[in-house]
Design a binder for this molecule. Structure first.
Ligand code: NAI
Length: 251
């Protein structure tokens, strides 16, 4: 028996990295997948992922949708409900970093990070709770970061956006628990993806590694495993929580 048989899952920003690993993992467990990508340059990767997921025997569809834009999330979720019937699981994964020391950070950089990382979570959650309330069940999983818990020099905007996700997650859990809608966050540590590729070698990498008790960077699939747990009935009594998947990283 698959853990997510016939469930419908949304994953934002899934053309690559952690999002792609999550889309595949949920599909392997029987979920139908609607996922988003944002730029035309990702369209080819998104189409390839769509085929890869369909080969697992479930429905899959890639949608071009900017998670930072409320109206695009509104029409995306409406399209998903029309095409897939409902939304059982929503993984708010889309995110960026524009790292800079506060002295040099521009208002535009700040706004981009807040819109794409934090406002996107509001945009999507507001849409998916309608079908979830109708179904009297749902699991929302928001991708925070260990940086949102601990902070990091040069990452004040990223840290603020990821900390904001945690406050939002806890509040949504309180608002919607009585409707059997769960909302949790994952705080990954240093995961090997395109987002972190510039930090994976050299002195910076060695400095990071010293702070990770497990002695290595994480894999996207390991975050997908945590996501699967929170998406499935195995976590039915868990809501409003933040699970750190960070190898014990202590910045
Ligand atoms: P990535 O850069 O490989 O993937 C991010 C995805 O989000 C890309 O596919 C990108 O196209 C998409 N995206 C960006 N802006 C978007 C928008 N406006 N609308 C829709 N999609 C958009 O990065 P990665 O590492 O896979 O990150 C995934 C999530 O995990 C992000 O939220 C990131 O902040 C978070 N995270 C990553 C960590 C890491 O070490 N890689 C650590 C902690 C959190």
């Amino acid at each position: 028996m698959q853990l997510l048989q016939n469930k419908v899952a949304i994953v934002t920003g899934a053309a690559r990295g952690i999002g792609a690993a999550i889309a595949l993992k949920l599909a392997e467990q029987g979920a139908h997948i609607a996922f988003t990508y944002v730029s035309d340059s990702s369209a080819e990767k998104a189409a390839a992922l769509e085929v890869q997921i369909q080969a697992l025997g479930v429905k899959a569809k890639a949608y071009k949708s900017n998670a930072a834009v409320f109206a695009e999330c509104e029409s995306f979720v409406a399209d998903v409900v029309k095409e897939f019937g409902t939304v059982d699981i929503c993984v708010n994964n889309a995110g960026i970093s524009k790292d800079n020391l506060l002295l040099r950070m521009t208002p535009e950089q700040w706004d981009d990070v807040m819109d794409i990382n934090l406002k996107s979570v509001f945009n999507m959650t507001k849409q998916v709770i309608r079908p979830m309330m109708k179904a009297k069940s749902g699991s929302i999983i928001n991708m925070s970061s260990i940086i949102g818990i601990r902070g990091n020099a040069g990452q004040s905007s990223y840290a603020a956006s990821k900390a904001g996700i945690i406050g939002f997650t806890k509040s949504v859990a309180l608002e919607l628990g009585s409707r059997n809608i769960r909302c949790n966050a994952i705080a990954p540590g240093f995961i090997e993806t395109d987002m972190t590729h510039y930090l994976q070698e050299g002195d910076a990498a060695n400095e990071f590694l010293k702070k990770i008790p497990l002695g290595r960077f994480g894999k996207a699939e390991e975050i997908a495993n945590t996501t699967l747990f929170l998406a499935s009935d195995w976590s039915n009594y868990i809501t409003g929580q933040v699970i750190s998947a960070c190898g014990g990283l202590n910045i």
